[in-house]
Design a protein around this ligand. Structure first.
Ligand code: FAD
Length: 99
């Protein structure tokens, strides 16, 4: 069983966080996304600003994976829009995971 990939359904914030946690544990995640890109659901409300600051929006394992690529954590106290959450976190995270 340990030689089989772990399938994650959905490349939203939770699916990508799960995939990051799986990868950090030395397993292979395979993320299935029905939309045209990661964060497809969040992208439906691009213009809306979140009520959570960046400090609550980056999964720890995902943050470590991104920082290894040179990514810089957005200011912890700022509140992104849905568009910014995708552009500054979900899209680079999907790329770091190999999309
Ligand atoms: C307007 C608005 C504001 C919000 N503000 C906040 C906030 O400030 N703070 C906060 O913590 N939360 C906020 N939320 C909630 C937050 O967006 C969700 O909790 C979060 O997106 C859930 O992540 P998820 O990955 O579980 O689901 P989703 O973001 O819904 O992602 C699911 C992904 O799976 C894909 N998918 C679905 N079914 C399948 C399938 N069968 N096969 C393959 N792919 C599939 C979808 O296309 C999508 O990309 C807000 C939500 C809305 C609508």
């Amino acid at each position: 069983m340990s030689e089989l990939p772990v399938v994650v359904v959905g490349a939203g914030p939770i699916g990508l966080a799960a995939a990051s946690e799986v990868l950090e544990r030395g397993l292979e995640p395979v993320v299935l996304e029905r939309g045209s890109r990661a964060g497809a659901s969040v992208a439906q409300w691009n213009h809306v600003r979140l009520f959570s600051p960046w400090s609550e929006l980056v999964d720890p394992a995902a943050g470590r994976l991104l920082e290894a690529t040179g990514w810089e954590h957005p200011a912890a106290e700022d509140y992104p829009t849905g568009q910014e959450w995708v552009a500054r976190y979900l899209a680079p995270l999907a790329a770091a995971l190999g999309e």
